[in-house]
Design a protein around this ligand. Structure first.
Ligand code: ATP
Ligand code: FE
Length: 355
């Protein structure tokens, strides 16, 4: 099975060709056009600008992905596209393009949940078997899921307010660092002392694996203002210490809550217990290290995708398309673009975390 995947739900326009051969996923090509420069002046992603840029770039992306794979469109078995959740203008660009390609080629169309794309990535990269425990931690989401099948996820808990990616981005903004903030904060934290400032570890005193990150951003603002009031400005070292303290708090909360999610997951008695992490924040080395320690203690295997497959890409969408193809889950020309679309369908669309 060979599938062309399209992704345009946030600020990356992407297309990829992925093949399933001998039970193993293989990325034949993966093209990503980031929009960071377009949004830089605004301190965050501007939906209208994103939508226009997706509409402009998506055809080129598809052409380049096909060319790089060495295969023509007629060699594909299906076209998979992110149908949500995300910024609706961008999702529409991708869905329209995919419908056009499907109509023109006669290939089947497969709508993919962007979050399923992230959550199924470890099956592409590591061939994980179900059920595995997934910590999906990205710009708009943060949740523990038990992945039971390509279309079957149970949510154990997640953030009740901001996603950690959002908190990293806001932290960067408050400290005058560029967007996206995650990598910038991580880099700044390298030279910092995580113990100089104390940041809260919200909800650790409560049972379950729900989390909260909005208080952390307020704490950062207050601490920053305290330092500025005292010294009249921030030194490079102050900034590094603030970043290190903030990052350590996020890493601690994720690690501790993972411990609890694991306990719940282990009641399923999985043959090979695994915690997999995915989403942009999974690129963070301190967070990965924290999770790895907890896994070692609990006797779980830990996996994290390579960095390029943590942040948004179309290879994960093509792969999720392959998984749906194998289950015979196809969509018609009435495939809708959805701004909200929880992975766990037992969760109401307007509750829980994220965009
Ligand atoms: P969602 O998948 O929830 O719709 P998204 O697609 O915008 O959101 P991703 O592309 O998965 O999110 O991740 C982007 C987020 O990851 C940004 O908030 C970014 O700051 C964060 N991020 C990227 N690299 C790192 C890092 N090294 N450390 C911390 N955060 C990071
Ligand atoms: Fe994403």
């Amino acid at each position: 099975i060979t599938v062309l995947g399209l992704e345009s739900s946030c600020d990356d326009t992407a297309a990829a060709v992925v093949r399933l051969a001998d039970g193993q996923g293989q990325i034949l090509s993966s093209v990503v056009y980031g929009q960071t420069a377009l949004h830089a002046a605004f301190g965050g992603v501007v939906p209208e600008i994103a939508a226009r840029a997706h509409a402009e770039k998506i055809d080129l992306c598809v052409e380049e992905a096909l060319a790089a794979s060495g295969l023509p469109l007629t060699s594909m078995d299906a076209i998979a596209v992110t149908a949500g959740p995300g910024l609706i203008g961008g999702v529409l660009s991708g869905v329209m393009c995919a419908k056009g390609l499907a109509a023109g080629s006669g290939l089947p169309l497969i709508g993919v949940n962007h979050l399923a794309g992230h959550a199924l990535t470890p099956r592409l990269t590591d061939g994980l078997a179900f059920p595995y425990l997934m910590l999906l931690v990205s710009g708009g989401h943060c949740q523990f899921l038990i992945a039971r099948g390509p279309d079957s996820f149970t949510r154990l808990g997640g953030t009740i307010d901001d996603a950690p990616g959002e908190a990293f981005d806001k932290t960067a903004k408050l400290l005058g660092l560029p967007q996206p903030g995650g990598p910038e904060v991580e880099r700044a934290a390298l030279g910092g002392d995580p113990a100089r400032f104390t940041f809260p570890r919200p909800l650790l005193d409560r049972p379950g694996c729900d989390m909260s990150f909005s208080g952390l951003k307020t704490a950062l603002l207050r601490t920053r203002d305290g330092v500025m009031a005292e010294k009249g400005g921030l030194t490079v070292q102050d900034r590094a210490d603030l970043c290190a303290g903030f990052q350590a708090a996020v890493a601690d909360v994720l690690a501790e809550k993972s411990r609890r999610a694991m306990a719940e997951y282990l009641t399923l008695d999985p043959a090979e217990p695994v915690l997999a992490v995915a989403g942009g924040v999974a690129a963070n080395a301190a967070i990965r290290a924290g999770l790895e320690t907890v896994c070692d203690e609990a006797g779980l295997k830990f996996t994290a995708p390579p960095l390029a497959l943590c942040t948004d890409n179309a290879a994960m969408i093509a792969w999720a398309g392959i998984e749906r193809f194998r289950l015979g889950l196809f969509d018609g020309m009435d495939l809708a673009a959805r701004p909200r679309w929880p992975l766990d369908t037992s969760q109401p669309a307007l509750l829980g975390s994220g965009k």
